[in-house]
Ligand binder design. Structure first.
Ligand code: GLU
Length: 441
């Protein structure tokens, strides 16, 4: 069965970059009728926070990315220890004691000599006595996986055929000196034991994948299909990494971005398929094909989410937004006409309150000097009693007859006097909602 996972570390809020990974894995699983796992990569007890675990779940639920089960790496530490023992027995695991400063120095020397900065495996030559001495002096060492120096090859679902010379990669540290298991091995153990068949993640993981393929093989597992999506950049191609903090999903939610707008964009951005606003997740699932994504960095402009959000809202019936309409203060009996008027004139639901304020309190009238008498005369002609869908027509007809004005010269001053704006909703739809004037009338 097709099984995918989204594996965030709960060390912060998830952002649009993470969403791309989550969504691709989700869509692959759903399209295949498979299973989607939310895996919390919390082997770092210091940086992992429960509040972020909750936040990640909330963000995914908001988007409708429902998972079939949750796994937590912190609950599986014994599995990772077992795998580490196995690698030790096989002679593929060795303890190394260099300090970060020493490693840094080695790297600089290599770079000066024009060599790639690959760990030199000095620790392999340590005798047991030397190791004991180092352990006594510096505490436990880190544990590195000994790569086989051969080419590591796979066919990537997005990047195509990849071939990496293992000798150009440092033996990865899988366990830190303080005993903390690193994701590189934890992930391999999980993917193997949980039957993960497809792994999509960012192209910053390509080298990890190369080393993980050897670890999976050493542990006797089956490699999942790997696909590495390109990283997002800003609209001008600038690196997004520093700004991702401001592109947290919860911030976008606060700003009023609608889930379907965000999903429609992220499920196609960077692929050869056009970005089109979709009404349902099912449509995104149907049309999804990871192989249609390109390797080039993908430009992301947060501003693109707003027109998509506006268009999505225009298509919604009151039912879908009644909570937000009530929250804006609109009384239930006016909810339907208010929404039909407002949905054409908002970018996000956050704009509803402003339109309701206008309906309830009226606006500071905008009256040009030369229109003063005209507006005074027009106000005298406002129909009595309840305003309805015909009020605007009846009124403007009467004003036209009384003043001889027509067209823009008739309508625009009236609009500006009632709404304080030159543009806005259909006046015929707005009139029945204008509470202040109705009270006056
Ligand atoms: N926790 C890892 C990360 O967020 C998971 C990477 C993976 O998909 O294997 O980078």
């Amino acid at each position: 069965m097709t099984t995918t996972r989204f594996a965030p570390s709960p060390t912060g809020y998830i952002h649009v970059g993470n969403l791309r990974t989550a969504l691709m894995n989700y869509l692959i699983a759903r399209k295949a009728g498979g299973s989607f796992i939310l895996r919390i990569d919390d082997t770092d007890p210091e940086r992992s926070k429960e509040e972020y675990v909750d936040a990640i779940k909330q963000d995914l639920e908001w988007l409708g990315l429902h998972w079939d089960r949750v796994e937590r790496q912190s609950e599986r530490l014994d599995r990772y220890a077992e795998a580490a023992d196995k690698l030790r027995e096989m002679g593929r695991f060795y303890e190394a004691f260099e300090t970060p400063t020493e490693l840094d120095l080695k790297r600089k020397k290599q770079l000066n000599m024009g060599k790639p900065p690959v760990y030199d495996r000095a620790a392999l030559n340590l005798s047991e006595a030397e190791k004991d001495a180092l352990r006594a002096e510096r505490g436990d060492g880190v544990w590195r996986f000994k790569l086989n120096h051969e080419r590591i090859e796979w066919t990537d679902g997005i990047l195509g055929d990849i071939s990496i010379d293992a000798a150009s990669v440092s033996d990865p540290v899988l366990i830190r000196g303080d005993g903390q298991v690193l994701y590189t091995i934890a992930s391999v153990v999980d993917d193997t034991e949980m039957g993960v068949t497809d792994v999509v993640r960012g192209s910053d993981h390509v080298t990890n994948t190369a080393t993980q393929i050897q670890i999976i093989e050493a542990l006797g597992g089956t490699c999942p299909r790997f696909a590495h999506h390109s990283l997002l950049t800003g609209p001008q191609g600038e690196a997004l990494s520093k700004r991702l903090g401001t592109l947290a999903l919860r911030d976008l939610r606060e700003q009023g971005v609608q889930p379907m707008a965000l999903l429609s964009l992220m499920a196609r951005l960077g692929s050869s398929d056009p970005v089109e606003l979709r009404a349902e997740m099912a449509e995104l699932i149907d049309g999804f094909d990871v192989s249609r994504f390109g390797a080039a960095p993908t430009k992301f402009d947060v501003q693109d989410l707003f027109p998509l959000t506006a268009r999505h809202l225009q298509s919604l019936p009151l039912d879908a937004v009644s909570g937000a309409v009530a929250e804006a203060g609109v009384p239930a009996e006016l909810a339907e006409p208010f929404w039909l008027m407002a949905r054409e004139n908002i970018t996000t639901l956050n704009d509803l309150a402003g339109w309701w304020d206008l309906c309830r309190d009226g606006a500071e009238p905008l009256i040009d000097e030369e229109d003063r008498d005209f507006i005074a005369q027009a106000m005298e002609l406002l129909p009595e009693g309840q305003f309805d869908g015909d009020t605007w027509g009846t009124w403007t007809k009467a004003v036209k007859e009384a003043t001889g004005r027509k067209g823009k010269g008739l309508f625009m001053p009236l609009r500006k006097a009632l709404t304080g704006m030159e543009r806005g909703p259909e006046m015929a739809a707005l009139m029945p909602l204008l509470q202040v004037i109705r009270a006056r009338g």
